[in-house]
Design a protein around this ligand. Structure first.
Ligand SMILES: [Zn+2]
Length: 706
């Protein structure tokens, strides 16, 4: 009995505690998903304070600011498993570079060795991918494993493990985007290079978090990749099938491209476009019947949403059993998938102190243009006075008022004097083999205005390989390795499409060569981000006829190209604004359900449409801007598209002003990967912005007599 009472009391206490504590635990766990702190050992603060005193006394007061910063940075990433206070102190005493000469030696060696590391990792990767990438016979199953292997996947973990990352964090500055933009303008090249070195170690994301992100990403990619609509099985009110048998379109890319292609169909084009718009809206609103996705076994009327077992068969594969022929909607799977990517991305937040949200990582690190500026630029385009004028021009060309799917209008095309067949013949004769193309690279570069000696030096760094696919450019990450131009050459020789792609990829190769071999610091190699790489490649691609010795003969060609770019930017800018708002909404509502996310996304999409599109389309509450599949699986990638258009136009405008591609290209490409605004100021005399595009559009409108 004497023991029973305390035992009973303990049990009672535990029961009560369970009742009281459980909600608290749950709440804490919830918070820890959102705002968890990575665990810094308790002794760290005191240890840093005493090391600062000790080493400032040893190296002089002048080193104190560097010491403070270095200790704070190294301390922030140090975990219990890295060692106790004694280990930390020993590490700091050994590795703090207390004078300029030691710091210079350290920086130079790190820079050299990082180049060797990156360079060799990429060479291994290139070799491992060779069978998959080149037109070199069948791919065996193990070849795919080689191709998928990334030898550098664990380098970051290893560098924290062996403490080389801590050497960098102890000695070189981690910077915020704000510092890079405000102070960076006055930094030396070396200061920029140090900032880039430190950035490599600005994250220490645990392996299980990376794995969770990769899994969410793979799941979302799978969801997107299998989202096909069987077009022959769309029926209208009169039971007619507008689309041909076997046509299977992936959402949203192929659906959008079919809308574009249907402008050429004078008979059924409009009806097809309207039907595709309806399908897209049902995808965004998730009223699409689950059973029609990727299933040729049912017929579907998108107007009434009625589903029936298919009365015609056009697929090689047996259709999904027809007892599923009910119009039960997709149950918000689209938004559940997006939510999973958000929840996975958020797990990395505590391990990324200089960019603590996915939104910050995208804008501050990947793009290096503040989100507010990107938003302002996109809004400048969608609300520009050029929009209604270009819209009117499209209405004139179509001979009818705009309909919402006309955001994908593609009729601004120059007429060519040459047919595709004629061009194929010219190209095949000139380039019967990859070797013939390789041999001609110096001549082509001279035609673009590169000085002869540079043309030969650059060409000597490019190896042309026969591609298995349509073609791509493979960079190198160390100066002793060459870059690769992969191009498709049939037995009958290269065709025009292949040539056009090869010229684009050659632009990448030339940029890759100059921005590595001619840049003063390895840590500054490259260009600020992919938009810049693409902008430079487009400059080459736009000159493909000139390289064949043919002249563009449509006097309106340039104006048409500008208007096409402008309308495309207007469309994708709205999509990007939706993507941005949706990610903010998810961060503001971390516990939202898929249905709540759907409602919010649709409201955002309608809001942006009503503000920037309804005035010229004269129709409200359209949800088309929410149909992009990248929104589901690409972690806030969409703003890259409109930014890419703006950057490309800025670069092209500068080339046009300079009147010569070669020397301008060299000058731009060897500036290196500083912040985008600094790069653009060097390249075109102004930070990244929408003015170049709006000015070019104004000029184009005048030229078209509008
Ligand atoms: Zn490209």
């Amino acid at each position: 009995m004497r023991h029973a009472t305390p035992t009973f009391a303990v049990i009672l206490f535990l029961l009560l505690a369970a009742v009281i504590v459980q909600p608290l635990v749950a709440q804490e766990k919830q918070m820890s998903n959102g705002k968890e702190e990575a665990t810094v050992p308790a002794w760290m603060k005191a240890s840093c304070a005493s090391l600062e005193q000790e080493l400032a006394a040893k190296y002089g007061e002048g080193q104190r600011p560097r010491l403070q910063r270095g200790l704070q940075q190294a301390g922030e990433y140090w975990r219990a498993e890295d060692g106790d206070a004694t280990m930390f102190a020993g590490f700091v005493r050994e590795n703090f570079a207390g004078d300029q000469a030691t710091l210079d030696t350290m920086f130079t060696r790190f820079e050299r060795l990082m180049e060797q590391l990156d360079g060799h990792m990429l060479e291994i990767n290139k070799e491992f991918r060779m069978q998959a990438d080149l037109d070199a016979g069948p791919i065996l199953p193990f070849d795919e494993v080689f191709a998928g292997y990334d030898p550098s996947a664990h380098v970051n973990d290893d560098f924290f493990g062996n403490k080389l990352a801590f050497v960098v964090l102890l000695n070189f500055p981690l910077t915020t985007l704000d510092e890079r933009l405000t102070d960076g303008e006055h930094w030396t090249r070396r200061q920029w290079a140090e900032a880039r070195l430190a950035e490599r170690f600005s994250k220490r994301v645990p392996a299980d978090v990376n794995l969770a992100i990769a899994q969410a990403s793979a799941e979302a990619e799978r969801y997107v990749a299998e989202y096909n609509v069987w077009m022959y099985h769309l029926v209208n009110g009169s039971g007619e099938r507008l689309f041909p048998p076997k046509m299977r379109l992936l959402s949203h890319w192929n659906l959008r491209d079919e809308i574009k292609a249907d402008y050429a169909d004078s008979q059924n084009g409009l009806a097809k476009q309207q039907m595709i718009q309806l399908v897209m809206e049902r995808i965004a609103t998730q009223t699409i019947p689950a059973v029609v996705i990727n299933n040729p076994g049912v017929d579907w009327n998108p107007v009434t949403n009625e589903v029936k077992p298919a009365t015609v068969a056009d697929a090689d594969a047996p259709p999904t059993p027809t007892e599923l022929a009910v119009n039960k909607p997709e149950a918000d799977a689209r938004y559940a998938t997006l939510l999973k990517t958000y929840r996975a991305a958020r797990m990395a937040d505590p391990y990324s102190p200089t960019a603590p949200t996915l939104i910050a990582r995208r804008f501050d690190e990947d793009r290096e243009i503040p989100e507010q500026r990107v938003k302002a630029m996109l809004e400048q385009v969608v609300s520009s006075p050029q929009v209604p004028r270009v819209a009117k021009l499209i209405e004139q060309r179509l001979g009818r008022p705009l309909q919402p799917f006309d955001i994908w209008y593609n009729g601004f095309r120059a007429k060519s004097r040459y047919s595709e067949a004629q061009l194929d013949e010219i190209v095949a004769k000139r380039y019967p083999t990859p070797e013939a193309y390789q041999k001609d690279i110096p001549n082509m570069l001279v035609k673009l205005g590169f000085p002869k000696a540079d043309a030969e030096r650059i060409a000597a760094n490019i190896v042309v390989d026969p591609a298995r696919g349509s073609g791509h450019a493979m960079p190198s990450s160390m100066r002793q390795a060459k870059v690769r131009l992969r191009t498709r050459v049939d037995k009958t020789g290269m065709n025009y499409k292949g040539f056009n792609i090869a010229v684009h990829e050659m632009g990448h190769n030339v940029e890759q060569t100059l921005s590595l071999n001619d840049v003063d610091h390895y840590m500054l190699h490259g260009v600020p981000n992919t938009a810049f790489t693409e902008a430079l490649a487009f400059v080459f691609q736009g000159n493909d006829l000139k390289l064949l010795g043919l002249e563009q003969d449509d006097p309106q060609a340039e104006a048409l190209k500008t208007l096409n770019d402008f309308w495309g930017t207007y469309e994708i800018a709205g999509v990007a604004l939706v993507d941005m708002s949706v990610w903010h909404w998810m961060y503001d509502h971390p516990d939202a359900s898929p249905t709540e996310l759907k409602e919010a996304t649709l409201q955002i999409a309608r809001g942006i449409w009503n503000k920037y599109y309804a005035p010229v389309f004269h129709q409200k509450d359209v949800v088309l801007l929410a149909v992009y599949s990248h929104m589901v699986d690409s972690f806030l990638y969409l703003p890259d598209y409109p930014m890419g258009h703006l950057i490309a136009l800025q670069v092209e405008e500068q080339m046009r002003k300079a009147g010569n591609v070669g020397p301008e290209f060299e000058r731009m490409a060897k500036f290196g990967s500083l912040a985008p605004d600094l790069w653009m100021k060097n390249a075109a005399g102004a930070p990244v912005g929408a003015e170049a595009m709006l000015n070019a559009t104004e000029r184009a409108l005048k030229q078209m007599g509008s």
